[in-house]
Structures are given as structure tokens and as C-alpha cells.
Design a protein around this ligand. Structure first.
Ligand SMILES: Cc1ncc(COP(=O)(O)O)c(C=O)c1O
Length: 430
């Protein structure tokens, strides 16, 4: 019988870029976290069960019966022209005026991120990102051997003074910034939103320092109060590459996202996409095109917003009710995530196994920094569990933190601090 061993016969042959691709220490924990008795506040999965699945299935069946020869065929690497027109209508909800020719359809926003990084970043190049930042972007930047420099955030998003300081320092050091990556609206993982005055200041600084901005905006239409925020791209079409996705407004399994870029950049992205995947799934693209053309998608987004708002409220109420003194957390106006900071002396990563033992899971903050920061922080998400489970999860988490505080106050420490490093926890917690 064939024997499988765990040693890697090719370990001396990998390209340097593969060295940045490492499985997270916490990945193993998440295998345990998926057990039904554990309340997982770790996952970033949208609640796709809220879609009218029967109707969706009927629509897809009809589409194939009617138009199978197109749906099941190769297509252009830039993406279906009809879908690109519809994408422009979706972006118009955030004030973006775009032409379908400047859009490329991608395999989720994640592939758009990969393509953008591929065409701009050489090993060692500087990429700026909020601290904390989206874990999937950090994984991509690591795989292209970028040097990620974090810029501080507060409850109003990226801090412009911190950005200016960083840009001035890098300029003095003679280092070129390839781009600034930002999730300005309902950020993953921090749940905060860049205020309107800061948006204007950010664009001014980008012009002053000649910086390209990558605006990643999966949650922009999932605000709980009022109209959608105006995208950065709405106020600067030359300096901003906008990344969008249907993962949160329709379904993540379709894997349909896009990039809107200045014309020459878009052309490079199409060439990069061709070499990566030839073309994207016609099946998924045409399913989205059909859905947008025939289904009440605006109403469906309203339903998602209502659902996530209830869950956000359940989480914030439970945090107010149960968290021990010294914990602080963000109060998101949309999206999926709350960012919680533990009292001084506690370590969210070291605490994670003890939380799992108490049947609650979260993502330690270190996964959202490229430089080992975030030890006192964690991301807790409210997108997937039902409100009662969220309340129970927060209650359990508060109990775990109480215990850590007790240990800290009794013994002056709370277990080992782990070494820094990029955690890549896997798609289920993205
Ligand atoms: C900020 C951010 N960017 C990109 C993505 C990737 O999304 P997609 O499913 O479109 O690849 C996610 C997924 O959660 C995200 O939170």
C-alpha cells in the first residue's frame, strides 16, 4: 500500500515567495471551533441561508435550459459586458460614476486583490495598510513578498496624521509606496468607518504624495443607518482602484467580484487575469447577471441589513451587559465585525485555547497585523450565529476574560506570549 509521509521532499525547491505562505497556529483551533457546542464568533461567513434559495435554484435551472451554450462556455477575461454594466449601476449607489469598460470581473474581491498586487508589487516593495487590516489581503501581500507598513486607525478609521507621518518618513528614507490598501467602510476586522472629512483628507494626501489607493469595499451597502457612504472612488477616478464583490450582497459561493481601475491599469489586470485563470466562470457571472436583472436585489440587501443589524444589536447589548471593566470595543454602523481590546496584561492569542475549552471562538488580533501587533485584541463577528447564540457566546467570552483577569491579578501573568508572525486562519474565518 502507498505510504503518505508528512516530510516534504521538495522543501529545498520552493520559490522564496512560498516562504510567506504559512498555515496559522490557530488554524487547528478552528477545526475544534466548528463543533456544534462551540459558539463561533470567529467566522466571517455571510448568512446566505437568508436568500430565497428555491427561487435562486429555479432561476439558475431556467438560465441553463434557456442559455446553456453561453453559460457553460469560456468567455472573455474581462468579464461579461452585461454584468459589467450592472456592476456600474451597483457602484452608482455609492456615488461612483463608472464606465463598464473600466471594470474587470474577478473571482471575488480576493482575486482582484491578488491581481492588483501581482501587477504592482516586487519583493520588498512597501504597501501601506490599516492596522489592523483584512487577513486575506495580508496573506496576498505576504505571498508577493511585500513589506507591509501599518497605519494607525481609531474609531473614525485611518488616522490622516499617522498616514502623513508615515508617508513623510518613507519619503525621507527614499522608499516608494506602491499603494495604500484600505477598507474604508465597516472595516474588516475593526468594524469602523472612515469619516467624510477624513476621506477628503486622505485623497488630498494621496495627491500630495502621489499614492495609488486600493479601496476594498465589500460591506459598503450593508450599513444599518441611512444612505450608503460615498466611496473614495466617487471623488477620485485616477488615483483609486475600487474593489467590489457580490459575496456579501448576494452569495459568497458564487465567487464574483470586480475591480474598477483607471484604463491602463484595467488593461494590465485583464492580462494578469488571463494568465491566472484564462477567464472567470461564465456560469457564476451569468447567474449574477440574471439575478440582478430578474430578482428584487435591492429588497434582498435591505433584508440582509435588517438581519445583520439585529445581530449587531445582540452583540453590543451582550458586550455592554457582560464584559468586565477594562475591555473596550468598537460599535460598527454596518458590516460584520466588532474589534475588542482586552485589559492590560491579557493576551488574546494565548487565551484562545482556553476560550475554546469554554465553547466560544474568536480570531486573535495578531492575525490582522503583519508585524506581530494585536496581542491584546480580537475580532468577534456577528454575521453568522443567531442572536441568542451571539448573546450566549459573548457571555461565555466574558467569563473567560474574568478568569484571565483573576489569574493575572493572582499570579501576575496569564500564560505564554507567542511569537509574532502572520496568521492565515483560512477561508472559514475570512
Ligand atoms: C475586506 C475584504 N476584502 C475582500 C474579501 C474577499 O471577498 P470575496 O469573497 O469577494 O473574495 C473579504 C471577505 O470577507 C473582505 O472582508
Amino acid at each position: 500500500m502507498e505510504q503518505h509521509t508528512r516530510t516534504d521532499a521538495y522543501s529545498d525547491r520552493y520559490a522564496d515567495r512560498a516562504a510567506g505562505m504559512v498555515a496559522s497556529e490557530i488554524r487547528a483551533l478552528f477545526a475544534v471551533a466548528s463543533r456544534p457546542e462551540v459558539v463561533s464568533l470567529a467566522g466571517g461567513m455571510p448568512y446566505v441561508s437568508a436568500l430565497p434559495l428555491d427561487e435562486f435554484g429555479g432561476m439558475v435551472g431556467d438560465l441553463i435550459a434557456r442559455n446553456g451554450a453561453e453559460v457553460l462556455q469560456y468567455a472573455s477575461a474581462q468579464g461579461d459586458p452585461g454584468l459589467r454594466e450592472q456592476i456600474c449601476d451597483v457602484m452608482a449607489l455609492e456615488g461612483v460614476q463608472a464606465c463598464a469598460d473600466d471594470v474587470i470581473v474577478t473571482v471575488g474581491a480576493q482575486q482582484a486583490l491578488d491581481l492588483v498586487t501581482r501587477i504592482f508589487v516586487n519583493p520588498g516593495d512597501v504597501v501601506l495598510a490599516e492596522g489592523p487590516s483584512y487577513v486575506g489581503a495580508l496573506g496576498t501581500f505576504a505571498s508577493y513578498q511585500a513589506d507591509v507598513v501599518h497605519v494607525a486607525m481609531d474609531e473614525d478609521g485611518l488616522v490622516p496624521d499617522a498616514l502623513e507621518e508615515t508617508l513623510a518618513r518613507l519619503r525621507r528614507e527614499g522608499r516608494t509606496v506602491k499603494f495604500l490598501y484600505t477598507v474604508p467602510t465597516f472595516q474588516n476586522p475593526a468594524g469602523v468607518t472612515l469619516s467624510a472629512p477624513r476621506r477628503a483628507r486622505l485623497l488630498e494626501l494621496a495627491a500630495e504624495y502621489d499614492i495609488l489607493i486600493i479601496e476594498d469595499n465589500p460591506y459598503g451597502l450593508l450599513g444599518f443607518d441611512g444612505e450608503p457612504m460615498r466611496a473614495l472612488r466617487a471623488d477620485d477616478s485616477d488615483r483609486v482602484v475600487y474593489l467590489g464583490t457580490f459575496s456579501k450582497t448576494i452569495a459568497s459561493g458564487l465567487r464574483v467580484g470586480w475591480a474598477l481601475a483607471p484604463h491602463a491599469v484595467r488593461a494590465k489586470l485583464v492580462l494578469a487575469a488571463e494568465s491566472a485563470v484564462l477567464c472567470h466562470s461564465s456560469f457564476s457571472q451569468l447567474a449574477v447577471r440574471e439575478y440582478l436583472a430578474t430578482q428584487p436585489w435591492r429588497e434582498q440587501i435591505k433584508e440582509f441589513r435588517q438581519l445583520y443589524r439585529e445581530r449587531r444589536d445582540a452583540m453590543l447589548d451582550a458586550l455592554d451587559a457582560h464584559m468586565p471593566e477594562g475591555c473596550t470595543w468598537t460599535r460598527p454602523g454596518g458590516g460584520f465585525f466588532v474589534w475588542l481590546t482586552l485589559p492590560e496584561g491579557l493576551d488574546a492569542k494565548a487565551m484562545a485555547p482556553r476560550a475554546i475549552a469554554e465553547r466560544v471562538a474568536y480570531v486573535p488580533g495578531t492575525g490582522f497585523y503583519a508585524d506581530g501587533n494585536g496581542r491584546r485584541d480580537m475580532r468577534i463577528s456577528y454575521c453568522y450565529p443567531e442572536p441568542d447564540r451571539i448573546r450566549e457566546g459573548v457571555r461565555r467570552l466574558a467569563g473567560v476574560i474574568e478568569n484571565e483577569l483573576h489569574t493575572r491579578d493572582t499570579f501576575g501573568g496569564v500564560g505564554p506570549h507567542r511569537s509574532p508572525g502572520v496568521d492565515t486562519p483560512g477561508p472559514e474565518v475570512i
